[in-house]
Design a protein. Sequence first.
Length: 367
Amino acid sequence: MKNYLEFENNIKLLEGELDKLRDPFNKEGITEVDTKKITEIENEINFKLQEIYANLNQWQKTQVARHEERPKAKFFIDNLFTDFINLSGDRRYAEDESVLAGFAMFEGISVLVIGQEKGDDLDSRLKRNFGMMKPEGYRKCIRLMNLANKFNIPIISLIDTPGAYPGIGAEQRGQAEAIANSIECCMSLKVPIISIIIGEGGSGGAIALASANKVMMLENAIYSVISPEGCASILWRNPGKALEAAKAMKLTANELLKINVVDEIIKEPIGGAHRKKEEILLSTKLALVKSLEDFKNLTREEIFEQRKNKFLNIGKQKSFISFSQNFGDLVKKENLVSLFQKNTKKYKKYYIVFFILFVMSFLYFIR
């Protein structure tokens, strides 16, 4: 049974009518299949899908990004990669089922694949914690990313999470530190990191694995610091104002591309990635092949510098403040007092010895 979003009611009615026409043994008795009528309805469905999806607002795109039937990380891993070996554990606490991570082959190249997995049904969603990673999940990814860096293996991350898990246990085990360490790890590596936001890219839980050389988004995915409902609850004490919040947050692929937060948009089939999964697989595959090719001839140092400069440049041209091209200008200038205090701490023992010699000399001459 298909799941329809609230703005797809007309599509639901048309597809219901189409199913009846295709089934000669419907409740009205045996009838002939009317191929002409079927073709007309199929054309009407395609037209309405194009019309609806060409004019989605930010909140509607959020709903599409969260669609139950939208392809998840496991689907992409199973169909895009071969010889995938899922590796478990952070070597400190436990395994985190909300993230799949391991080495695989992609078009003849060894890669490390990391995928945040939400699950497809109730049982798998509970097992995967709805895609909300815990500290042990981030620490597992750090362990594997460092291993990939050691053997010069590119990293591909598939982002789909409402955010990092905010439970008491996760906080006690150092959730914030684990996220920060994951971002630091990503920024320090000297192998290409390519991230694709396939559904929700929620807050630090997503950024921890999306601090990449190239960040791509599926056309109807979202990427934001907080959910629209959460933002509306904070600003207006009313989660019903999610549309207003979503508009202000600039969380869609097109909006983020304009401000250079993401680097490329992967087009989805009409009606969303969940309607034609084979098409989105092919589009994603082609985007990955091209991205890996872009970094093929770069040295490890050049890959590191490209990633660093990419993030340093985000917002420079679009912000309220005009920054200089020279990042040295961002360094705080020290005055004479601060320089004296700094040098005093640095050369403290020399100053003490000099002072003692000065006092002894003074006492000798006044005798």
